[in-house]
Ligand binder design. Structure first.
Ligand code: ADP
Length: 462
């Protein structure tokens, strides 16, 4: 970068210098030509006085080195010329300077002489007798001037080149220095520093990008950690029922179970197998939600109907636990993924029954507002300690592990609920009191903005 800047500065300096040099030569050339003309004029006037006094005698022994002197008669015939034989010369009346001198007393012109092949400066003066005296000299060409100045010009060019080289390299280094000093890890450090004023917008951009990258990195790390933990937990959760099943099967196989105990052993195997099935089903559902639920079908559906279906499926379980479940509310048509709404309702109602007490109640309400629909599931069960409330939505988190296992819990139900709610751009709140009961309130927008979405919803995996 520094060498690029250096080249640019140096090139500009050299171009400006050469242009100035050409301009100066032009101006000097004009100035010298002007001087030459003025000098020729006064010399012509002096010579004219001499000729009018001494006539042709004036030309005798006259030293005219560098000059051409021509004396032209009033009729245009050449009376005298110091360089060319007058008998060969044509009539000079038509010469520009002669015409001017005859008309105004004095005339001058510049042209290539037809007699001498050089660019000549002519000055002509009319004498009192009507004849004209003309002096001419060779006009110095530009290159003559350049040659004359060759030495000083070369020295100046050399000095200018060396000077501009040194200055350009210093300037380039000075421009690049503050940029090299920037610590890309800490661009904010240079804000307000006057050396960095011009690049402050770039620094801000870098620091914003860095913050975004850091956020993305944190998010990726967090997600990776959650996935890792999830995989470890899944393996552990799968192992327990599998061990129980293979243990029972082994005892049965070796004939170590008495005839009367075969039934409970088979029952244990069936129970563990169905726990495994539920666990695998929940894992599949969560994985699908993790993938953003893109393939899920959004449909017009009635939340009350779906909640009633879920309650029907849990009727026998509620009866077996001695829990009374009621569903009330009005029809609530919404745009949603019915399968997910069913999962939300089923898991909340299932928990309300599972973590209830004999003789307890589960009261389910559906209420539709203008913009959203509220599903409330309230039970009179064992309740959740306050310090556990913010963790119950985590995967595999259980307040009381043995109780959850006893009632066939997988620890994934509320995680699925939370994901399902987020897919619908809704929210879930929970209040609970140990020994008194728990209340879950789910609020879902009637027309979620992301419905029939293609992109992944923006929410954290818990
Ligand atoms: P699980 O399959 O164990 O029920 P969930 O994710 O559904 O897993 O719930 C997590 C934990 O939250 C449960 O183990 C339980 O301790 C607690 N919990 C959930 N719902 C209720 C409720 N209605 N009453 C009391 N505790 C509850």
């Amino acid at each position: 970068m520094s060498s690029k800047i250096f080249k640019a500065i140096w090139t500009v300096a050299v171009i400006v210098f050469l242009a100035s040099l050409v301009f100066l030569l032009g101006v000097s050339y004009n100035y010298f030509t002007g001087l030459q003309k003025a000098q020729l004029k006064s010399e012509t006037e002096l010579a004219a006085q001499g000729v009018s006094l001494a006539r042709e005698n004036y030309f005798e022994d006259l030293n005219t080195q560098g000059y051409r002197i021509t004396w032209i008669g009033a009729d245009g015939s050449v009376l005298y010329d110091n360089q060319v034989d007058t008998s060969d010369m044509e009539n000079h009346l038509e010469r520009e300077e002669v015409k001017q001198a005859l008309a105004q007393g004095y005339g001058e012109s510049t042209r290539y002489s037809s007699t001498l092949s050089d660019k000549q400066l002519y000055a002509a003066k009319r004498l009192p007798d009507g004849s004209v005296l003309r002096l001419s000299i060779v006009q110095a060409a530009v290159w003559t001037l350049v040659l004359g100045f060759a030495q000083p010009i070369c020295i100046v060019v050399l000095i200018a080149l060396v000077l501009s080289f040194v200055l350009a390299s210093r300037l380039a280094k000075r421009i690049v220095k503050p940029i090299n000093e920037i610590d890309p890890q800490d661009p904010e450090h240079y804000y307000g520093d006057k050396d960095y004023k011009e690049i402050e917008p770039l620094l801000r951009h870098i620091s914003e990008q860095q913050a975004r990258l850091k956020e993305d990195k944190d998010q990726i790390e967090k997600t990776a950690l959650i996935r890792q933990e999830f995989t470890a937990n899944v393996s552990h959760e799968l192992k327990t029922p599998l061990h129980a099943i293979s243990g029972c099967a082994e005892l049965l196989e070796n004939g170590m179970v008495q005839e009367a105990d075969v039934k409970p052993f088979a029952g244990k195997i069936r129970e563990e197998a169905s726990r495994l099935t539920k666990l695998v089903e929940d894992i599949i559902e969560l994985t699908r939600l993790d993938n953003g639920g893109a393939e899920m079908k959004w449909e017009e559906c009635d939340i009350l109907r779906i909640v009633e279906n879920a309650a029907d499926s849990l009727d026998s379980a509620a009866d077996a636990s001695g829990v009374n479940m009621t569903v009330e509310g009005e029809s609530a048509p919404v745009l949603a993924v019915p399968q997910l709404i069913y999962s939300i309702a089923y898991n909340l109602l299932d928990n309300a029954v599972k973590y209830n007490l004999r003789g307890g109640t589960v009261s389910v309400k559906v209420k539709q507002n203008k913009l959203d629909t509220v599903l409330t599931v309230e039970d009179t069960g064992i309740g959740i300690p306050e310090e556990c409330l913010n963790r119950i939505f985590e995967r595999f988190y259980r307040v009381d592990k043995s109780r959850s296992k006893e009632v066939g819990g997988t620890g994934l139900g509320l995680s699925i609920v939370k994901h399902g709610v987020l897919v619908h751009n809704g929210r879930i709140e929970v209040t609970s009191e140990v020994g008194k009961g728990t209340k879950f309130v789910v609020t879902l927008p009637n027309r979620p903005k992301n419905a029939v979405h293609e992109e992944e919803p923006e929410y954290d995996i818990i």
